[in-house]
Design a protein around this ligand. Structure first.
Ligand code: ADP
Length: 181
């Protein structure tokens, strides 16, 4: 599914993030920046050791990445030139500011893309795996955030790469729900 907001294509597809040939792909990282399971593990496996070396340099400089913030490395062996590593919140039942932190993770990733003149970017469904954020609620926040960014900024494509049919359907209904606005 695809919609256009100003000059930005917002695309939902079912697939594997590491296969995407957008200029940047976003990693659902953890604050330590040293890799992990899920999409993080897949990115480091496919992208090779260069990404981890750059993450270690960032750690040495700033001591990791706080929840809701983002950092950038090269894409190593991936098709994407850059990886933007962001840290989504762990779900605690929506009583620890999770929705704001999830919004910040998307927004700060997009700001970092803008600073680096990146015009096409792919996101996974941040926080909805190991971090247990309910996917329907996460989809609505993710889509609201990128739509509002697209209204104010010049970016060609924002792609959501959903790993399962269920995730794809949840993002699709959230997007259909948001379109009239
Ligand atoms: P988090 O810790 O932020 O929850 P996870 O990596 O555990 O991050 O999960 C985030 C989402 O990414 C989940 O929906 C998971 O199914 C999905 N995912 C895992 N591997 C990939 C991949 N290669 N491409 C796209 N999505 C993936």
């Amino acid at each position: 599914m695809e919609i256009t907001v100003n000059n930005t294509r917002i695309v939902l597809l079912k697939g594997d993030l590491i296969e995407q040939a957008t200029e940047a792909v976003v990693n659902a990282a953890n604050s330590g920046l040293l890799g992990g399971g899920g999409v993080d593990g897949a990115i480091h496996r496919a992208g090779g050791p260069k990404i981890l070396e750059e993450c270690k340099l960032i750690r040495a400089k700033q001591g990791g990445c706080p929840t809701g913030k983002a950092v950038i490395t090269s894409g190593g062996n991936l098709k994407a030139k850059y990886v933007i590593h962001t840290v989504g919140p762990v779900w605690h039942g929506d009583n620890a500011n999770e929705s704001t932190l999830l919004r910040n993770a998307y927004y700060n990733s997009l700001l970092l893309a803008k600073e680096n003149n990146i015009k096409t970017i792919s996101f996974p469904s941040i926080s909805t795996g190991a971090y247990r954020y309910p996917v329907g609620q996460a989809a609505e926040i993710a889509l609201r955030t990128v739509i509002s960014f697209a209204k104010e900024n010049d970016i060609d494509e924002i792609r959501f790469v959903l790993f399962s049919d269920n995730d794809y359907q949840k993002y699709k209904s959230a997007l259909l729900h948001l379109i009239p606005s």
